[in-house]
Write a protein that binds this ligand. Structure first.
Ligand SMILES: Cc1cc2nc3c(=O)[nH]c(=O)nc-3n(C[C@H](O)[C@H](O)[C@H](O)COP(=O)(O)O)c2cc1C
Length: 124
């Protein structure tokens, strides 16, 4: 997140984009998807949630849609659960906003990723 902030400040001049507004307006997305997890499952299911969500956004990309996985969408879980009629037996894990991307410069920001060598250790 620290690297993200540094990159963001390098990429945009102050006031050039409105990051907070975009978050507050839920990215102005045409659709929101909420990923939930039954509370009685084991912690292993946390792995499945990540895999499922990634496959979902890759599939959306393949269909020409933009997406963003976001904490911002589940910041008020009680409200979301009420509006979406999610039962108490489910944990609200994360949200994914989907839609056709506008030309807002915010949508062109894609922070650098660590290289393979930085995240993996190879042994002969
Ligand atoms: C669990 C999770 C929660 C996230 N929450 C937010 C968020 O609330 N707001 C946001 O702008 N990006 C959030 N992100 C980051 C974006 O989903 C995305 O990874 C980032 O904008 C980089 O996009 P890119 O990987 O397509 O370059 C979150 C990512 C994850 C995995």
């Amino acid at each position: 997140m620290a690297a993200w902030t540094t990159e963001f400040k390098q990429r945009f001049k102050p006031g050039e984009v409105d990051f907070r507004k975009s978050q507050a307006e839920l990215f102005n997305a045409q659709a929101l998807i909420y990923i939930t997890l039954p509370k009685d499952l084991s912690l292993w299911s946390v792995h499945d949630i990540g895999a499922f969500t990634q496959t979902l956004v890759l599939s959306a990309t393949a269909q020409g849609l933009a997406s963003i996985t976001a904490y911002e969408l589940v910041k008020f879980p009680t409200l979301v659960k009420e509006i979406m009629a999610i039962p108490d037996s489910e944990t609200l894990a994360v949200g994914v906003a989907l839609g056709y991307a506008s030309t807002d410069p915010l949508n062109s920001f894609s922070p650098n990723k660590l290289t393979l060598e930085q995240i993996a250790t190879f042994k002969d």
